[in-house]
Design a protein around this ligand. Sequence first.
Ligand code: HEM
Length: 132
Amino acid sequence: MHNSAEIVANSLEVLAERVGDPTPQVYARLFAAYPEMETLFVRDTTGAVRGEMLAVAFQCLLDLGSVGSYAPHLISTERINHEGVGVPYEVFGRFFPILLETCRDLMGEAWTLEVDAAWTDLLGRIAVLTPV
Ligand code: HEM
């Protein structure tokens, strides 16, 4: 019996083995859904900010599977910080469903019902923290 965070963490390892780094696909999907967000990254010429942001989002997702207070605290702080750089409240929380959809598409048949249920569980916990 595994908890959702373990299953999601394992799915990220499978993803890394199958396709490597999903960063380009995540941001392609984000900018397709919210083209106006792409201009906010103009100063990120090396991609370092995009990479770090994705790493932190994955950490938050996995943290929510445990009792840690890291993710709720960070999400509420970053949501306000992001509003300051031009990311609307309601767009901020959309990053997580975009992560799910990107990983699901990249994993193909390795995206099992168990993996889907675990991701959906963790995203439900995020949705509570990012009400619109
Ligand atoms: C669609 C939603 C989001 C958009 C459009 C967005 C956009 C941005 C932008 C433009 C920056 C650079 C800010 C600057 O110029 O200083 C940034 C940085 C950052 N974002 Fe996001 N963000 C989103 C969601 C998130 C989420 C959900 C998290 C984590 C829970 C997150 C964590 C971070 C962190 C940690 C940084 C700083 C990275 C660094 O400078 O090393 N972001 N984000």
